[in-house]
Design a protein around this ligand. Structure first.
Ligand code: SF4
Ligand code: SF4
Length: 108
């Protein structure tokens, strides 16, 4: 008796394109209060996803009530994972963790 070898089973072909899983964002994000930021960059050292950036502050920081004349730090909220390390280690306690505002379902 001979054993016939059939064709290897094939994967069913789907007409739908592969779905890209949307990465779930953290429920909270870091917010730097620019007036209190000294631009010391300590938070930048601790951020595990490099989403903190030093940028120039306003031209006349004193007039705006800003402490720093050498720039301030901003957060890329899209990348922030809400780990709270920056808020924990900011020597000037000028970072708060706030609830993320959802892009979807927000009333215009
Ligand atoms: S650690 Fe605090 S004061 Fe220093 S740059 Fe970051 S937010 Fe500003
Ligand atoms: S909460 Fe974490 S991920 Fe977000 S900015 Fe601070 S250190 Fe970076």
């Amino acid at each position: 008796m001979s054993i016939t070898q059939g064709a290897a089973p094939q994967k069913p072909v789907s007409a739908a394109p592969p779905t890209v899983k949307k990465k779930k964002k953290s429920p909270v994000v870091a917010v730097v209060h620019p007036e209190g930021c000294t631009g010391c960059e300590v938070c930048i050292e601790f951020c595990p996803v490099d989403c903190l950036y030093k940028v120039p502050g306003p031209e006349n920081p004193e007039e705006h009530g800003y402490i720093s004349v050498n720039g301030i730090v901003i957060v890329d909220e899209d990348v922030c994972i809400g780990c709270k390390l920056c808020a924990k280690y900011c020597p000037w306690e000028t970072i708060d963790m706030v609830k993320r505002v959802e892009e979807e379902g927000v009333a215009a």
